[in-house]
Design a protein. Structure first.
Ligand code: 5GP
Length: 121
């Protein structure tokens, strides 16, 4: 899928839409999800234009990849969920119901998150 520069996270990265920022580095921005599904619900995004995890890992530099994953771990600790537990999710494509076509890693925690997936419909 081609990258759409008008997606909502591209607009946040350009500063055209506000966000509740929790971290910014050279390659990464992290902010609170606008509709949190748990007491902690952060979104960690690369600043580069990548649609999905497979796009990112195929095309991003090592520095970008390291920065994204280091930020995820650091933010889990900073948010206070590393001890009690947390889940990271990166939805990609239609079967995963990805809504925003800019790679993002959800960090969810602060409550029992239940099983990984609901029963199949
Ligand atoms: P996806 O389904 O693509 O994995 O998740 C997209 C996430 O982006 C959803 O959890 C949704 O609440 C969040 N989201 C959508 N629009 C905005 C926005 O404008 N600001 C923020 N902070 N989060 C958003």
């Amino acid at each position: 899928m081609a990258y759409d520069p008008d997606n909502i996270f591209a607009k946040i990265l350009r500063g055209e839409i506000p966000c509740k920022k929790v971290f910014e580095g050279d390659h990464v921005l992290a902010f609170h999800d606008i509709e949190p599904q748990a007491p902690t619900h952060l979104l960690v995004v690369p600043k580069g234009q990548y649609v999905s995890m497979d796009d990112f890992t195929a095309n991003a530099s090592n520095a970008e990849i390291v920065a994204l994953f280091r930020a995820v771990g650091d933010l889990a600790r900073q948010a206070g969920v590393a001890e009690t537990g947390y889940r990271i999710i990166a939805n990609g494509g239609p079967h995963a119901r990805q809504d925003v076509p800019h790679l993002h890693i959800h960090i969810l925690g602060g409550r029992d998150l239940g099983r990984m997936l609901p029963p199949a419909p």
